[in-house]
Design a protein around this ligand. Structure first.
Ligand SMILES: C[S@@+](CC[C@H](N)C(=O)[O-])C[C@H]1O[C@@H](n2cnc3c(N)ncnc32)[C@H](O)[C@@H]1O
Length: 248
């Protein structure tokens, strides 16, 4: 199984929860030409195609793009690394980015670039996680710490911009109108053993290090994960995301 396939089974299942509200907001004007930015394995692309949109999907990761291209031959797939986009001005009616803006350096420049490729009146919708309410992932960081393994997670470049107030200000500075941020909370219901396997195998920047540990250390982390995750087996992990939307 590739990292992208593990991502698809685990994280994409978690992030698919916001696809409905994201697309409802992004496609408020019913307009057809949609950019799925940071498409990953294509959860937004799939839903947008089903709604009849003409979808262009971009991502920085060629393995993700390859999987999305294979699954969704009716979408246009392009490599792109925000804050830059390989498109002419004003070519999209709507842009949807599900959990990508939190990975992008230079949020302000990325928002200006997203605005550039939107036509006047076009809509933007972006989601990101509320990091301090993400039990579904913080349980891994807690397990690593409880196992007394040195852990230096990568810095979060987005953390200075991740509050609704700050993000609305950034959208307005980039030239967007009607900027607002909604909050979504839900429970992530998942088999705890499958969640462990999928998160570790996805090999992401925060928890990929678990898979690189020697087996005895991995088992130590796993034992703490089992203990810390057990209270959520029935009710699911509490998670929280923001949905920002604005109009050009
Ligand atoms: C958390 S995943 C979300 C994927 C998908 N939107 C979903 O909802 O499942 C973040 C995606 O953003 C991509 N990404 C990260 N940084 C990026 C950047 N600077 N420009 C474009 N894509 C980026 C990653 O490769 C990954 O596929």
């Amino acid at each position: 199984m590739t990292n992208a396939e593990a991502y698809d089974r685990g994280f994409a299942h978690l992030s698919s929860h916001t696809v409905g509200p994201l697309l409802a907001t992004a496609r408020e004007n019913g307009a057809p030409r949609l950019l799925d930015v940071g498409c990953g394995t294509g959860v937004v692309t799939a839903a947008a195609l089903a709604l009849g949109a003409e979808v262009t999907a971009v991502d920085a990761d060629p393995v993700m793009l390859e999987l999305t291209a294979r699954r969704h031959p009716y979408a246009t797939i392009r490599p792109a690394v925000l804050p830059d986009l390989p498109f002419e001005d004003e070519v999209f009616d709507a842009i949807a980015g599900n959990f990508v803006i939190n990975h992008v350096p230079e949020t302000d420049r990325a928002l200006k670039e997203l605005r550039r490729v939107l036509r006047p009146g076009g809509t933007l919708a972006l989601t990101w996680w509320k990091a301090d309410e993400m039990t579904a992932t913080s349980v891994f960081a807690e397990a690593i710490t409880a196992a007394r393994i040195p852990y230096e997670p990568p810095p979060r470049p987005f953390s200075g911009n991740d509050t609704p107030r700050r993000f609305v200000a950034l959208l307005e500075e980039a030239g967007f109108a009607r900027a607002a941020v909604d909050t979504m909370r839900w429970r992530h219901h998942v088999d705890l053993a499958a969640w462990w396997t999928d998160v570790v195998q996805a090999g992401g920047p925060r928890f990929g290090m678990i898979g690189r540990q020697p087996p005895e250390i991995r088992e130590r982390i796993r034992a703490h994960y089992d203990r810390l995750a057990a209270p959520y087996a029935r009710e699911g992990f509490p998670v929280c995301a923001y949905l920002a939307h604005a109009v050009r």
